[in-house]
Design a protein around this ligand. Sequence first.
Ligand code: FEO
Length: 400
Amino acid sequence: MPAIEIKPDVYWIGVNDRTTDLFEGLWPIAKEGVSYNSYLIDDEKKAIIDLTKSFKGDEYLDQIDEVTDISQVDFVVVNHMEPDHSGLIRTLRRIAPRVTFLGSAKTKDMLESFFSIKENVRVVNDGDTLSLGKRTLKFFSTPFLHWPETMMTYEVSHRILFPCDAFGGYGAIRGAIFDDECKDFDFYQKEALRYYVNIVASFSARVLGAIEKLADLPIDIIAPSHRLIWRKNPSLIVNLYKNWAEYAVGKTEPGITLIYGSMYGFTESMMDAVAQGISREDVPLEIFDASRTHPSYILPSLWTKAGVMIGAPTYEVSMFPPVEAVLNMAAHKHIKNKKVAYFGSYGWSGGARKNLEKIIEPLKWELADTLEFKGCPTEEELKKGEEFGRRFAELIKKGT
Ligand code: FEO
């Protein structure tokens, strides 16, 4: 893609990534892709705000050359050191040797440990400004969004906030770069929530803190480093992030996430009965087969919904590992205060339930009900399963 002028002297530059399978080596993006947005301010002094991953380097460097002489770049603002935004730092320094890197004190440390860069690094503190000529940058310290060094940069005359990861989302740019051009908002919102829960959610208190800190800042454009630039309605993405962050402090939706795994279909038969019971109470339900669904796609439902129904057989005196893996990731992401029910088959001795109790205890999930059965469920047990599902759905309806 060519460079795109978003305001006089301010350009989007960046690349679309449709070939990386796993973001951070962990989260699937093969179908959705991701964009690494970077920004160039072509003033008397030339500044780039965040770079990109070391990927499609020629395309990215050509975009800079379209606008200005790349060797004359004066500053690179490093809002965040994760290599999806810093990967081209050494390449850029080779081409523009006089460049000065600007970042927080922690960024200074990381520049040395990640890239052995010690020279031409300037620490900027909260509220510091930098004049580029016509344009002025102001820096805001916003640590742990989502690393300790993270900060945001604000361009004063156009009132543009460059928040790097915050207010971003998964998904490659699909032609539209601005919010008002976006024709697939449902996809956008779904992937932005998945990105939020995968990448940012553990730091939700920091998200709320940053939103409060910047509440009085006049903002016309929010230009994150992943996916859409918000120029028509920047408050929309801020409100979405605020809403998602509030799930960390007790807010829930009246719905149920049903996560199950089944080796030979016994637990799956019961899952169908339980789901039937839940649907009788008209409670929103999302069903995930843990063996075939990456936790990345299950976490948004777990993050937002009040109830968790777990169906897992016992496997070697413990919980069926694919289901256990989802719960362990939920624990890692600090998904707390849920109501949970468990059902599952066992062959000769149980163990899954005990394992579940151990996992959910530190998460403060309340185990409301359980249903275990030996081998293949009988007709009578399936009827019990339906009632078990209905009862749990009723509990969720009452409690939210
Ligand atoms: Fe987009 Fe935390 O990197």
